[in-house]
Design a protein around this ligand. Structure first.
Ligand SMILES: *Cc1c(COP(=O)(O)O)cnc(C)c1O
Length: 383
């Protein structure tokens, strides 16, 4: 279908091409090129961090970050069940134990009451994942980590440019960017992320020791001075200069990218907020949501689920994507003895009833209107 509206369309163009051309013309295409360090510095600075370590994906960013914590068997890491599998994989590869919590029904991010309830003497870290552009309740989570000495890692792959007001009770507001919290934060620059390099990721930190470990891990722990006497078990997670060139051009127009995401979010909310039986993304008063993906959740009382909704949208030429399936519901993890007999009702409802609508930065206003009109029509047919 030629007028199909895909769930994501990235925005790349002349600025990216200019930097890419420079890579090709100079022959600097590997991770040795100068754009890598420039992209690291630009992204760290935007997020309010000292150091960036660019890697090959968001998944490898999480793996390198968790590996840098030196966890031991029996150590526990608390994370939301409602997230991507990369989060659990990083913990399992480090030999530690993932401990799940359910989603908050309003923000869809990890429920902080449950985080508190699942703390044990073995808890070493908490992995906070900002879901679909809405920040985790970081004021409470940061307090909890400070009080208990538990290390905080942020997965900010869906929250480029999102902010949290850390001074909720008083004025002036103290807005702080996602990606600036805790020991380390991980980003993805996959093609559907707000800043993209096609494939790519980064870990940010303020700790020079962690930075050095992340750099070593990314580059196979090559030894010094004996290059082929490796000093640890690392990986090849290097980002190429080509990817970093694209990333740098993206960061240079990050304000416009985030503004467009927020505009798309506001337009969807304006057009859909009166539909009965459809829950829309929240924006808590203490949060700035960047609407990475505009998710909607059908009320169970409508008798329709996300699968049927997606099929009807598809028949009208509109792409969508179902919400995450919780980690506790993953057969590949349960078969390994993880999360047996655990139930997370909010996440389960989100999986059944939730999907996200076309949200790419290159989505046009005309396409947006067509999506909204189509949803209105589908809902009328259901009544
Ligand atoms: C996209 C994403 C990742 C993984 O990033 P890749 O670059 O695809 O490996 C990790 N965490 C979250 C929350 C994501 O949305």
């Amino acid at each position: 279908m030629s007028n199909f509206i895909p769930v994501n369309t990235p925005s790349v163009g002349k600025p990216e091409l200019a930097y890419l051309r420079e890579c090709i013309e100079t022959g600097w295409i590997s991770s040795e090129g100068a754009f890598v360090a420039q992209f690291e510095a630009a992204w760290a600075s935007y997020c309010g961090r000292q150091y960036g370590v660019a890697v090959s994906s968001g998944t490898s960013a999480l793996e390198a970050a968790v590996a840098a914590l030196d966890l031991e068997p029996g150590d526990e890491v608390i994370l939301p069940t409602f997230t991507i599998i990369s989060c659990v994989l990083a913990i399992l590869k480090a030999g530690a134990t993932p401990v799940l919590v359910d989603a908050d029904p309003v923000t869809w991010c990890m429920d902080i009451d449950q985080v508190e309830a699942r703390l044990t003497p073995a808890t070493r870290a908490i992995m906070a994942v900002h879901i679909y552009g809405h920040p985790v309740e970081m004021t409470r989570l940061c307090n909890l980590c400070e009080r208990t000495g538990v290390t905080l890692i942020e997965d900010a792959a869906e929250a480029h440019g999102a902010e949290v007001n850390m001074n909720r009770a008083a004025t002036p507001a103290a807005w702080r960017r996602c990606g600036s919290f805790g020991a380390m934060s991980a980003f993805s620059f996959y093609a559907n992320k707000i800043v993209t390099t096609g494939e790519g990721g980064m870990v940010l930190t303020d700790d020079a020791g962690l930075r050095d470990r992340l750099r070593a891990h990314r580059d196979l722990y090559f030894g010094r001075p004996d290059r082929f006497r490796h000093e640890g078990i690392g990986a090849n997670f290097r980002m190429t200069n080509l990817q970093a060139a694209v990333g740098l051009a993206q960061v240079e127009r990050i304000d416009a990218l985030v503004a467009r995401k927020r505009e798309i979010g506001a337009r969807y909310t304006q057009a859909l907020r009166d539909l009965p039986g459809l829950a829309l993304p929240a924006e808590q008063p203490w949060a700035k949501n960047v609407y990475w993906m505009y998710g909607v959740v059908l009320d169970e009382a409508t008798d329709f689920d996300a699968r049927r909704f997606a099929a009807e949208l598809k028949a009208e030429g509109i792409g969508s994507r179902p919400f995450f399936m919780g980690m506790h519901a993953q057969p590949v993890l349960r078969e390994r003895g993880l999360f047996r007999d655990e139930a997370y009702p909010v996440a389960e409802r989100l999986t059944r009833q939730g999907l996200y609508l076309p949200s790419g930065i290159a989505l046009t206003d005309a396409e947006l209107s067509r999506v909204c009109d189509t949803i209105q029509r589908i809902f009328q047919g259901w009544r």
